[in-house]
Write a protein that binds this ligand. Sequence first.
Ligand code: WQD
Length: 342
Amino acid sequence: MSRGKVIITGGCGYIGSHTSVELIKNKFDVVIFDDLSNSKEFIMDRIYQIAGVKPAFEKVDLSNPIEADRAYYKHSDAHSIINFAAFKAVGESVEKPILYYKNNLYTLINSIEAQKKYGIKNFIFSSSATVYGNPNRLPITESFQTKRAFSPYGNSKKIAEEILEDFSKAYPEFKTISLRYFNPIGAHESGLIGELPNGIPNNLLPYVTQCAAGVLKELQVFGNDYNTKDGTPIRDYVHVVDLAKAHVKALERLLSGNMKENYDVYNLGTGKGVTVMDIINTFEKVTKEKINYRITKRRAGDVQALFASAEKAKNNLGWEATLSLENMIETSWNWEKTFRDM
Ligand code: WQD
């Protein structure tokens, strides 16, 4: 018995594809909207191979209002939208701010305009811990002030959350949850889906796995002069499958009718801080592969430490991260090897 139709924008992407699998496993009908600008259509077949159901697919540029309206009209029988569609390379966003603000915010605005027009009552937004900027204390709770992010990418997430809050105030019959991801890593245990960075990876773990695969020569460790146990920055790395499961829980919260307010935000993290050297050392221990790295200067915009309090998600969504750092690293390496037929 289907639990109804959910539209996943950016569903061929890293977190979108893992979330599509979890939604199908939980008996939702999934429709994927994706422009394939930063993902590949073969992921649709991979989702089918894993979940046994192939989602419906619309190739659509949601930053184009005509295209967006046509796609949402066609699937206006959906009860929910999960919005992953966005460009997410922090460095690229600094070089191309207009591209990032246009794509990420036009996509969001066209989607909520369609949501209102067609009465699709529930919305989940893919946000990021980057909206907290450089926190004054840790762990980070949802009550912390959001700050102007260091990059247009991060700022597009902060502005999007503010748009959603205003939308929710104006239209109380619509319900929205923003999920603030800390550092998503890992891959599905099948090795069939995972992170597919365009070009040279910005993020740490895909860079590490490509070094181990011989695709890249050497990892630069951006600074070891921070005030941490080994001098390298701390992050809250969370398994992408745990993150995907959190989206199912958030959707169930929206559908439950138990929300006191019609807009809410949740941190999605493990609550544990892990340094760059922890990642390198754990990777070498788990995979028996050696990582060639060099300590270089700090990367502009990096903060010393970020990790979540995930208490609110545990109490209100009944969600907590369960998969270990070793599993995050093992599954990332398995995905890299499978992807490259190693
Ligand atoms: C992690 C740590 C680097 C690469 C960003 C976005 C965030 C989210 C996750 C999208 C840092 C160090 C990295 C390398 C390194 N993105 N590092 N050498 O910067 O915490 O967060 O990605 O949703 O919104 O801001 O993640 O993986 O880039 O860096 O030393 O080659 O690894 O300095 O300490 P970050 P990251």
